[in-house]
Design a protein around this ligand. Sequence first.
Ligand SMILES: Nc1nc2c(c(=O)[nH]1)N[C@H]1C(S)=C(S)[C@@H](COP(=O)(O)O)O[C@H]1N2
Ligand SMILES: [Mo]
Length: 387
Amino acid sequence: MRLDLPLPPPPDVLRRGPFRAGAFSSRLHDPVVTAMVGRWLGIAFLTCFVTGLISHLLQYPPSWLVLPSRPVWGYRLSQGIHVTTGLAAVPLLLAKLWTVYPRLFAWPPATSLLCALERLSLLVLVPSALLEVATGVANVAQWYPWPFFFPTMHLWLGWITVGALLVHVATKAPVILDALRRPRAAEPAGDGMSRRGFMTAVGAAVGVVTLTTAGHTVWPLRHLAVLTPRRPDLGPQGLPVNRTAAAAGVERANAEAFRLEVRGPKPYTLSLAELRAMPQHESELPITCVEGWSASARWGGVRLSDLLDAAGAPPDASARVVSLEQSGIYNDSEVGADHARDPLTLLALDLNGEPLALDHGFPCRLIAPNRPGVLQTKWVTRLEVLA
Ligand SMILES: Nc1nc2c(c(=O)[nH]1)N[C@H]1C(S)=C(S)[C@@H](COP(=O)(O)O)O[C@H]1N2
Ligand SMILES: [Mo]
């Protein structure tokens, strides 16, 4: 079957309403404008996709992957880029769809089978791109109005969107290349906003979104972060809280009765006083929440490496920390050997010079470099050496 076989034209009586010739008069519904916005949207989507994959790999590391604990700010940078480009994609996506929506009413709807297939592929691309961006925005707002596990859904939508995007760009390549090569002077005559005016408006929208959201992770912009639910400087001890002790069902542990249980070749338990009597170290490390905010803080406590040595752990052993929190998906986490042996990785007792607030994980919590916030387990009560 030939895909470029022409299809018979539909009867002309159906050509009404938006299907009429000249139903859309703006000169901005033009392939050149679409290609100009599309280029920026493509860059935003691909950057967002790659940093999204990094985030996924760090949160759910496959067994074959050795995750490095450095650079300290690695995950902070990649997740900051992920959320920032994702939010910048909102105005770009809306602008892009606006420039092309009259194509929905093109007449005849399809001239060949190939053309029909290309148009059908948009039934995947447009909804998945909109959903991907919308679920990301909802996640930043910690709003989960769907029955799926967010990371899994967001990842699969990402693959579907990028797959459909590649098909779209491939089928549209001749139009895109032609539009981008056409001299800028060839702007169609007509009333209304010019191409330059439209691109400036889109750029301004991207700028406003970025400036009012990036502050949740870019410290100097924190006062401008009016469109995000979190500011990195607000919270107990100058640090935001992602899940409070009350929400996690954790009560303030009795400091006298608290014990850290260490399981390994040489198991032992430590009271809080004994933990404090061990060599104390300081680390300046960020918490980077997958939901977009990140903030650096000064942590004090015991090196995980020291605790593992005392338990007779081999140097290449990984470990698990288990929280006092009874349920929830973040009540334990695995620490790979690289992170476990990093001298900056602490079982922290102090935050910014004070004993940890309950909401930050009192009596002790894990803090490690280059690691997603979801794995910085709070209210730790057990450390296990893994074989
Ligand atoms: N036990 C436990 N630890 C946890 C969580 C949790 O829900 N339960 N949330 C994690 C998440 S998602 C983040 S971003 C960090 C935030 O730490 P903070 O609340 O001290 O800023 O804690 C992590 N540690
Ligand atoms: Mo988080």
